[in-house]
Design a protein around this ligand. Structure first.
Ligand SMILES: Nc1nc2c(c(=O)[nH]1)N[C@H]1C(S)=C(S)[C@@H](COP(=O)(O)OP(=O)(O)OC[C@H]3O[C@@H](n4cnc5c(=O)[nH]c(N)nc54)[C@H](O)[C@@H]3O)O[C@H]1N2
Ligand SMILES: Nc1nc2c(c(=O)[nH]1)N[C@H]1C(S)=C(S)[C@@H](COP(=O)(O)OP(=O)(O)OC[C@H]3O[C@@H](n4cnc5c(=O)[nH]c(N)nc54)[C@H](O)[C@@H]3O)O[C@H]1N2
Ligand SMILES: [Mo]
Length: 741
C-alpha cells in the first residue's frame, strides 16, 4: 500500500475522494461530478480510526460462564484470539442446529451496513446461513413495511416495481406536471442517501427548475423544511393526512370534479367507498369542516387544494414516512384512490408516486439493469417474520399473530445472528427490545464499532469497514460503476465478513458450498465478469474488469432512455388487455380480499383512524432520518462533536415550558426517557417535536438514554394487522428542562 495517495470510492452517500497517508484516511473530498456532495468529510476519517472500533474478537463473560444473572447490555467482554472465537461460534451453531434445528436460528439481520456489491453484509450472512441449513428470515423493511403489504392489493404490483419502474421521472414531471402535491415532503437531505449510492445528487436542482417553470407545489407536512423552499408549506398535524385526503375526495365528488368515467372503467368499489366519505353509510360525512378539526387546516384551504388538484395535471407524491406510523397503510391506499378520482393515472406527469426524495435514486432515469450480484443461495427454512416484529417474536415464542390475511406463529429462536445492522438503533421501544433480547441463548454480531448492538452480543466479531477491502460499487437507477479500492489495511484485527464466514463454514463442513473455493478478490472479479457479459449482451457497453480497476470508476451511457416512460399507460389505454394484478384487474378502491381478513382497523376500503395517543403526554414526536448521518453510522465520530441528539420544537411550546435554545431537555413518556439538545424553530408546528434517529442508545443506570435515540420513546406496534410495518412516527411525549446533577 503506497504511503500517500487518493482514490475514489462510493458509499450509500454517493461517491467521494479518499486521501490516505501512511495507512490512515486523513480526509475525504467531494466527487467532481456531484452537484451536492455529502457532508461527511469530517466524520469518515475520525470514525474509521476511532477508539470505538472493535479491535479483536470478544466473548461476553456471563455467556461463557453460563451465569444467568449477567444480562446482555450489562456485562464484561473477554478478548479472544480469532481461532478460539471462531471455534466457539461454530460449536454454538452446531449445538443449536442439532438440538433445535435451523428454524431456531434468526438471521434476518436487518440493516444498511455498507455499500459494495460483494461485501454486502446481509447477503454474506444469508449465504452463509443457507450453507449451514437455513434460518428464519425477515420480510420487507423498516422503510416501507406497510406500503409493501397494501400496494399489491390496490395496484396489483409489488411496491418495489412501482418505486423503480411505474413512476414518473423527474424530467417527465418537469415537462408535464402542473400540480405537485406532496404529503410528508421531498427532502434533499434524505435524497443524499440511496442503497448503494446516488452519485449525482440533484433533487434540490429539480425544485429550482420546477419553480422556474411556475409549477404549483404544495408540501403538506408538520415541518416546513421537509421540502425545498420553492414549495408552499401547508402545515398539518401528523397522522391526520387520511382525514385531509378524505375531505379532498368529498370535494371532488360533491363538486363534480371526480372523473366518473375513469372510476367506472379502471377502478373497483368506488360506489361502496363513496358512501363512507359522503356519510351515507352512517359514518360522519368527511367534509372539509370535519377534516379541519382533525388536521388543523382551514376548510377553505382544503376546498381550494381539492379544486387545484382537479385543474391541470396533478401528481400526488407521498413520502414513506406517512406509512411508518400506526395505520400507515391507509394514506398510501387513499393516495391511489385520489389519483383514480382525478383520472390521471396513466397520463404523463400525473397519478401517484411514492418516495421521491426518500432515497436519492427514485425518479431517476438511468436504464434499469441488474447490477453485479453475489448470490445468496436458497434458504431451506421458509419461516419468516415481518421485519419489525422482532421483539414480539423473541417475547412470544409459539405465539400467534396476524399478517396480511394469514394467522402465523412466532418461532422459538435460540440463536440470533446479526451482521450489518443496528437493532438497538433502529427498533421501536428499545426498553422492550432489551427484555426481548434476553430470550435467545446466543447472540452473534459482526460490527466494526462498539454499537449498542455489539454491546449486547455474546460473541462479537470485528468487521472491516468498506475502506479496508476492495469491492464493486453500483446502485439501481444510478449510471456509475465503481471499483472501490482497498484504501488501508484492516483496522486492529478486524476481518471481512466474508472471511469470517469462510472460516466458520470450514469448521461447519460447508466451506465448498459457501466459498466455491474462491477468495473475495476472485468473487469480485467473477461477479463483475458475469455482469460484464450480461450488460454487453444487452447493448450496454461497460469496461472489462481490469479496465474498471485501473480507471476506478466509469459513467455508463444509460441515462435518459426511459425518461418519458408513462407509468400505467398500458392499463389506462386498455384496462382489459393490460389489467392490473388485483383480483378485479382494476385499481381496488374497495378490496373484497382485505374485507375478508376482518381487521377492524383496516376494512375493505381506506378509513381514517384517529391516532391513539396518551393524553398525559401532550406533544407528538416525529423521528425522521438524520441530515448529517446515515442512521447510526459514523456516530462514533458524530457523538464526539455532539453528545446529545437535537430536538426541534416550536417557540410556543418552548415558551410554555420555559426552555430555550441549546438547553438540555428530557423527553419522556410511559415507555422511556432520553436527553436531547433543544433547537427552537418556527418551521415545526406547535404541539409537535422532532428528534432524528441515529444516536447510539446509551442508557444510564436509571434507564435515561443519554444519546437521544427516539426509539426509547416510540411504540413497538405494527402499522396494522395487514402490514405489521414499523410505526415509528407520531407518538406522544412530554418535554422539560433537564438539570444535570
Ligand atoms: N424512530 C425511528 N426509528 C427508525 C426509523 C424512523 O424513521 N424512526 N427508520 C427506520 C429505517 S427506515 C431504517 S432503514 C432503520 C435503519 O437502521 P439500520 O440499518 O440498522 O442502521 P445503520 O446505522 O445503518 O446500521 C448498520 C450497521 O452496520 C454496520 N456496518 C457497516 N458496514 C459494515 C460491514 O461491512 N460489516 C458489518 N458487519 N457491519 C457493518 C454499521 O456500523 C451499523 O452499525 O432504522 C429504522 N428506525
Ligand atoms: N440524510 C439521510 N437520509 C436518509 C437516511 C438517513 O439516515 N440519513 N435514511 C434513508 C432511509 S433508510 C429511508 S427509509 C428514507 C426515509 O424517508 P422518509 O420516510 O421520507 O423520511 P423521514 O425522514 O422519516 O420523514 C420525512 C418527514 O415526514 C414528516 N412526517 C412524519 N409523519 C408525518 C405525517 O403523519 N404526515 C405528514 N404529512 N408528514 C409526516 C416528518 O416531518 C419528516 O421530517 O430516508 C433515507 N434517507
Ligand atoms: Mo429505511
Amino acid at each position: 500500500m503506497g504511503k500517500k495517495f487518493s482514490k475514489v470510492t462510493t458509499s450509500h452517500w454517493g461517491a467521494f475522494n479518499v486521501f490516505v497517508e501512511n495507512d490512515k484516511i486523513i480526509k475525504t473530498e467531494p466527487f467532481e461530478a456531484d452537484p451536492a456532495p455529502p457532508q461527511i468529510s469530517e466524520l469518515v476519517p475520525k470514525a474509521v480510526h476511532h477508539s470505538k472500533r472493535i479491535d479483536q474478537p470478544y466473548v461476553r463473560k456471563g455467556w461463557i460462564d453460563k451465569d444467568p444473572d449477567k444480562l446482555r447490555g450489562d456485562d464484561e467482554y473477554i478478548p479472544l484470539p480469532w481461532e478460539d472465537a471462531l471455534d466457539l461460534a461454530a460449536k454454538e451453531i452446531t449445538r443449536v442446529k442439532r438440538d433445535f434445528g435451523n428454524g431456531a436460528i434468526f438471521g434476518g439481520s436487518y440493516g444498511w451496513a455498507s455499500a459494495g456489491r460483494f461485501h454486502h453484509s446481509q447477503s454474506q450472512l444469508h449465504r452463509f446461513l443457507n450453507s449451514v441449513g437455513g434460518y428464519v428470515s425477515s420480510y420487507a423493511s423498516y422503510s416501507t413495511g406497510a406500503a409493501q403489504a397494501i400496494i399489491p392489493h390496490v395496484l396489483g404490483l409489488n411496491f418495489h416495481k412501482i418505486t423503480w419502474g411505474e413512476i414518473n421521472s423527474w424530467s417527465s414531471i418537469a415537462k408535464h406536471t402542473d400540480n405537485l402535491i406532496i404529503f410528508g415532503g421531498i427532502n434533499p437531505k434524505n435524497s443524499q442517501v440511496s442503497m448503494g449510492g446516488s452519485t449525482e445528487h440533484d433533487v434540490a436542482e429539480h425544485f429550482k427548475n420546477f419553480k422556474r417553470l411556475q409549477k404549483n407545489m404544495v408540501s403538506i407536512s408538520p415541518q416546513q423544511d421537509d421540502s425545498p423552499k420553492e414549495t408552499n408549506w401547508l402545515p398539518i398535524i401528523p397522522g391526520t393526512d387520511m382525514a385531509l385526503m378524505l375531505a379532498i375526495a368529498y370535494v371532488l365528488e360533491t363538486e363534480n370534479l371526480a372523473d366518473q368515467m375513469f372510476l367506472d372503467t379502471h377502478s373497483a368499489g368506488y360506489q361502496v367507498f363513496k358512501k363512507y366519505f359522503l356519510g351515507t353509510d352512517g359514518h360522519s360525512a368527511k367534509t372539509p369542516e370535519w377534516a379541519s378539526l382533525e388536521t388543523g387546516i382551514d376548510a377553505s384551504q382544503i376546498r381550494d387544494l381539492a379544486r387545484n388538484m382537479a385543474s391541470g395535471r396533478t401528481l400526488i407524491c407521498v413520502s414513506w414516512s406517512l406509512q411508518r406510523a400506526r395505520y400507515g397503510e391507509h394514506p398510501f391506499w387513499m393516495a391511489c384512490v385520489l389519483a383514480a378520482m382525478l383520472g390521471q393515472i396513466g397520463l404523463p406527469g400525473g397519478g401517484v408516486g411514492f418516495g421521491y426524495g426518500a432515497i436519492g435514486n427514485v425518479g431517476k432515469t438511468a436504464r434499469r439493469m441488474q447490477g453485479p450480484l453475489f448470490e445468496q443461495g436458497q434458504n431451506p427454512i421458509s419461516d419468516f417474520i415481518p421485519v419489525s416484529r422482532i421483539a414480539d417474536m423473541l417475547l412470544n415464542p409459539g405465539g400467534a399473530y396476524n399478517f396480511n390475511g394469514e394467522q402465523r406463529i412466532y418461532p422459538d429462536i435460540k440463536l440470533v445472528y446479526w451482521c450489518g445492522g443496528n437493532p438497538f438503533h433502529h427498533h421501536q421501544d428499545l426498553n422492550r427490545l432489551i427484555s426481548a433480547w434476553q430470550h435467545p441463548e446466543t447472540v452473534i454480531v459482526h460490527e466494526p464499532w462498539w454499537t449498542a448492538t455489539a454491546q449486547r452480543a455474546d460473541i462479537v466479531f470485528p468487521a472491516t469497514t468498506q475502506f479496508e477491502r476492495s469491492d464493486l460499487g453500483w446502485a439501481k437507477g444510478d449510471p456509475y460503476l465503481f471499483f472501490m479500492p482497498q484504501m488501508i489495511q484492516p483496522v486492529g484485527l478486524s476481518r471481512n465478513d466474508y472471511d469470517i464466514f469462510a472460516d466458520l463454514s470450514k469448521k461447519l463442513n460447508c466451506e465448498e458450498q459457501f466459498t466455491h473455493n474462491k477468495s473475495s478478490d476472485e468473487w469480485i472479479r467473477d461477479i463483475y465478469n458475469k455482469f460484464y457479459i450480461e450488460a454487453n449482451s444487452n447493448g450496454i457497453k461497460v469496461p472489462n474488469f481490469e479496465t474498471l480497476k485501473e480507471k476506478n470508476f466509469e459513467r455508463m451511457p444509460i441515462d435518459s432512455d426511459d425518461e418519458d416512460y408513462v407509468p400505467f399507460k398500458n392499463f389506462r389505454d386498455d384496462p382489459v388487455k393490460h389489467s392490473l394484478g388485483t383480483p378485479s384487474g382494476k385499481i381496488e378502491i374497495y378490496s373484497e380480499k382485505i374485507a375478508g381478513f376482518n381487521y377492524e382497523e383496516i376494512p375493505g376500503h381506506p378509513i381514517y383512524n384517529k391516532p391513539l395517543l396518551d393524553p398525559k403526554f401532550p406533544l407528538r414526536l416525529l423521528s425522521p432520518q438524520p441530515h448529517d448521518k446515515l442512521h447510526s453510522q459514523l456516530q462514533a465520530a458524530a457523538e464526539d462533536l455532539q453528545k446529545h441528539a437535537v430536538l426541534v420544537m416550536n417557540p410556543q411550546d418552548a415558551e410554555k415550558r420555559g426552555v430555550s435554545q441549546g438547553n438540555l431537555v428530557k423527553v419522556w413518556n410511559s415507555r422511556g426517557a432520553c436527553l436531547a439538545s433543544l433547537q427552537i424553530e418556527e418551521t415545526i408546528i406547535p404541539g409537535v417535536v422532532s428528534l432524528a434517529t441515529g444516536a447510539w442508545f446509551s442508557p444510564s443506570k436509571d434507564g435515561l438514554d443519554i444519546s437521544g435515540n427516539p426509539n426509547v420513546l416510540t411504540a413497538d406496534l405494527g402499522t396494522s394487522n395487514l402490514g405489521q410495518g414499523s410505526a415509528a412516527h407520531n407518538i406522544e411525549v412530554q418535554v422539560e428542562k433537564y438539570n444535570e446533577n
